[in-house]
Design a protein around this ligand. Structure first.
Ligand SMILES: Cc1cc2nc3c(=O)[nH]c(=O)nc-3n(C[C@H](O)[C@H](O)[C@H](O)COP(=O)(O)OP(=O)(O)OC[C@H]3O[C@@H](n4cnc5c(N)ncnc54)[C@H](O)[C@@H]3O)c2cc1C
Length: 384
């Protein structure tokens, strides 16, 4: 176990940074989270957490909270985009028996609120944007202040400052994929939209996913399309409903109902960016985690789940090793292959999904995520 007095700074209070903070506290360490934003914004979007991540969150003591706020889809349906015909139903009723934890879907804001409460809001410093970092833990902030940590964890997302200054400064590349999202009031949709089912309407070059969150009050909708170019990525770029509707013109009545029910001022879109895999995540006393280390396309719903895995494995490595250097080496060795695999498969997943011709659909024995064994991983027991 490393010295409990080790000063640990986590840069970024997203899902990855907060989970890491919570896992470190569980190990008896006392990290601080330094977050650039002035407040935790209520990102209006849903999130899927696969069993590999749910195992970690349960270990961190969030099981009850998840039971109260998350839905467990009983089924995942693949439907023909234009006709709405059911192509394949994947039974998710036995997920917890097969993989040791359920597959869950919830509102992102509910997850972030639970993580902040469990970690301790007093240990999060908001409005602290990192501007400079050295590998020895010297930190400089946008407001001119400075600090020093014995260990720094860069959990500052896709456009990570930590990554740019200590690892690589190549700009993220537009992937050609665009995501649109909205939360739709369930009352504006047919009653079966609130059923605990994840529905994916498929078409070549696009798809649209919907599932209920916050009990049955809201339906989370994510549409994925392709585009030749893009100017910027953001969680809050307002989108034009007519433009989205044009992408799905002629699609099934349920898809039209989803789009019609989207509140005009609550439809957002963003370009999806990718980065080359890194050969190392550790530089001196600094380690990367989450999207800062391995951003991936959302086609397998693994980005946040992988960040959650990182946080738990890093905390376990710090508890298992005698010193910070040894712990970071163990962390990198344990995580780099797994995250690289998830990143590569997720980035291929979009092309694979969008190549399916629903008119010539052949049932797949297992979804990619199951076939690749992704859900079997347990960050609580994985070898470190
Ligand atoms: C359309 C879409 C759907 C998705 N759906 C899923 C899903 O269903 N399941 C899933 O597992 N994943 C999903 N993902 C991926 C998931 O959202 C990300 O992988 C995850 O949020 C990454 O978490 P993170 O904490 O590493 O980074 P982020 O969430 O990006 O957090 C980084 C934090 O760092 C802060 N920060 C940035 N710069 C600085 C700085 N200089 N100083 C201090 N703080 C800073 C930011 O303000 C932010 O709070 C989806 C992604 C997209 C785009």
């Amino acid at each position: 176990m490393i010295d409990p007095g080790t000063r640990i700074a986590i840069i970024g209070g997203g899902i990855g940074g907060l989970v890491c903070g919570l896992a470190l506290r569980k190990m008896g360490l006392a990290p601080l989270v330094l977050e650039r934003a002035g407040a935790f914004e209520d990102v209006g979007a849903g999130i899927s957490l696969s069993p590999n991540a749910v195992k970690a969150l349960k270990w961190l003591g969030l099981g009850e909270c998840l039971a109260a706020t998350a839905n467990e889809p009983l089924e995942q349906q693949l439907r023909h985009g234009r006709t709405g015909a059911l192509l394949q139903a994947i039974d998710r009723r036995h997920t917890r028996d097969v993989y040791g934890a359920p597959y869950l879907q919830l509102h992102r804001a509910d997850l972030v609120a639970a993580l902040v409460a469990a970690f301790g809001a007093e240990r999060v410093q908001l409005g602290q944007g990192l501007a400079q970092i050295a590998a020895d833990g010297e930190l400089g902030f946008a407001d001119g202040s400075s600090a020093r940590a014995d260990l720094v964890i860069g959990a500052d997302g896709l456009r990570s400052t930590v990554r740019a200054q200590l690892f690589d400064n190549d700009a993220p590349q537009f992937s050609g994929h665009v995501a649109w999202r909205a939360l739709v009031p369930a009352e504006a949709l047919p009653a079966d939209a609130s059923a605990a089912i994840n529905i994916n309407h498929l078409g070549q070059g696009r798809n649209i996913v919907s599932y209920p969150v916050r009990g049955t009050s809201l339906v989370n909708v994510v549409a994925l399309t392709q585009s030749a170019n893009w100017a910027e990525e953001s969680w809050s770029a307002r989108a034009d409903k007519a433009e989205l509707a044009a992408h799905f013109a002629g699609w099934a009545p349920y898809v039209q109902q989803l789009i019609a029910a989207m509140p005009e001022d609550q439809l957002f879109r963003w370009g999806l960016f990718i980065r080359e895999p890194l050969a190392r995540w550790v530089a001196g006393r600094v380690a990367l985690l989450g999207d800062a280390a391995h951003p991936m396309l959302p086609y397998m719903g693994q980005g946040a789940s992988c960040s959650i895995e990182d946080g738990v494995v890093l905390a376990r490595a710090l508890a298992a090793a005698d010193d910070v250097d040894g712990a970071l080496a163990r962390y990198q060795a344990a995580r780099l292959p797994r995250a690289g695999f998830l990143q590569a498969q997720s980035n291929l997943g979009g092309a694979r999904l969008h190549a399916i011709d629903p008119d010539a659909f052949k049932a797949i024995p297992l979804k990619d995520e199951d076939a690749l064994g992704i859900f079997r991983y347990d960050p609580v027991t994985a070898e470190i």
